[in-house]
Design a protein around this ligand. Structure first.
Ligand code: B12
Length: 258
């Protein structure tokens, strides 16, 4: 790694932390294109209307990122079990969850700072892949924030799996800050698999359709919640997503305000 590179990567990562990121790192888009999700997703996107074989197919042309975007800054915001509201979904909340609201604000600050201070053109990424977003777990793995665990989620040494992610594409070549040598699932009795209310790991690995059944039911059972809880002015319907496999992960339990 060239010394001037080390410096700029460190400056960017430190700025993300200064803006409130719990963890941050940099990955190369070229490496992301070689990651497992990229290959799987073009064949089988999450939303049916983007599936080429679906009668509803109308728009999805595979994962499309602009060629001038060379690297991604990815960061994590810790979501301790003691702050469940961070994860609750409401159509009235900017970014849909209070946690995403924080991540969006951080993203805007970082994008502006990258342009103004470092003259790096950057793009704040949308959450969904179909709208140009990136595979954030894969990005985070490549950037060295953690590794993909048996629960199909990013597991970090500092906060276990209890983090949410966000990313910014940058129009500049930088050195990746990862991956790291970390193998938290080795020898683990995998409480994440056993705790799933839908047995989504019955085959030994994550099966999205069962996980989706659980979260669809939670959508069907939305509750009307006071605006003050969600950081908005009016009451709204709120969906509380499932976190069983996430919260069961023993990594870093007790080392943070869980
Ligand atoms: C669509 C989506 C969902 C859908 C579908 C989930 C799915 N995994 O298919 C539903 C609604 C069901 C869902 C559920 C959940 N989600 Co979700 N979801 C997303 C979203 C928007 C896209 C994910 C996606 O479709 N990826 C593409 C598919 C093909 O990948 P995949 O199935 O996840 O599996 C790939 C990786 O695991 C990868 N992989 C596996 N091993 C390895 C090893 C290496 C080295 C690498 C590089 C990659 C890799 O390869 C797999 C494909 O073969 C992301 C945000 C984003 N933009 O990334 C959040 C995201 C992944 N979800 C998140 C969370 C927290 C959850 C839930 C806990 C619910 C909740 N409380 O929010 C559950 C957990 C489910 C689980 N165990 O995976 C977080 C994950 C944070 C973390 N610590 O990892 C994300 C990043 C959102 C965020 N705000 O931070 N989710």
């Amino acid at each position: 790694m060239k010394p001037n590179h080390t410096k700029i990567e460190k400056i960017i990562v430190n700025k993300a932390k200064e803006f409130g990121a719990s963890l941050a790192g940099i990955a190369r888009i070229e490496d992301l294109k070689a990651s497992p999700s990229y290959e799987v997703y073009s064949r089988k996107p999450f939303y049916e209307e983007y599936d080429r074989s679906s009668p509803d197919y109308h728009a999805f042309k595979g994962v499309e990122w602009r060629p001038e975007h060379k690297t991604v800054l990815v960061w994590a915001l810790v979501h301790p079990a003691s702050e469940p509201v961070l994860d609750w979904w409401s159509m009235k909340v900017p970014g849909f969850t209070p946690g995403n609201g924080v991540l969006r604000r951080q993203s805007k600050m970082l994008r502006i700072w990258l342009g103004e201070e470092l003259r790096i053109q950057a793009l704040s990424l949308p959450y969904q892949i179909e709208y140009g977003g990136a595979f954030l777990k894969d990005c985070a793995h490549l950037a060295g924030l953690g590794v993909i665990g048996k629960n199909n989620l990013l597991v970090t040494p500092e906060f276990g799996t209890r983090v949410r992610l966000r990313g910014i594409f940058m129009q500049t070549e930088l050195e990746p800050t990862g991956p790291i040598d970390f193998d938290p699932c080795k020898g683990c009795h995998m409480p994440c698999h056993k705790v799933c209310p839908r047995d989504a790991f019955r085959s030994g690995s994550f099966e999205r359709r069962y996980c989706k059944e659980e979260n669809d039911e939670r959508y069907a059972n939305e509750e009307m919640i006071d605006g003050s809880v969600m950081g908005i002015d009016e009451p709204s319907l709120v969906m509380k997503p499932c976190r069983y496999c996430e919260l069961a992960c023993p990594v870093a339990q007790g080392s943070w305000k869980n």
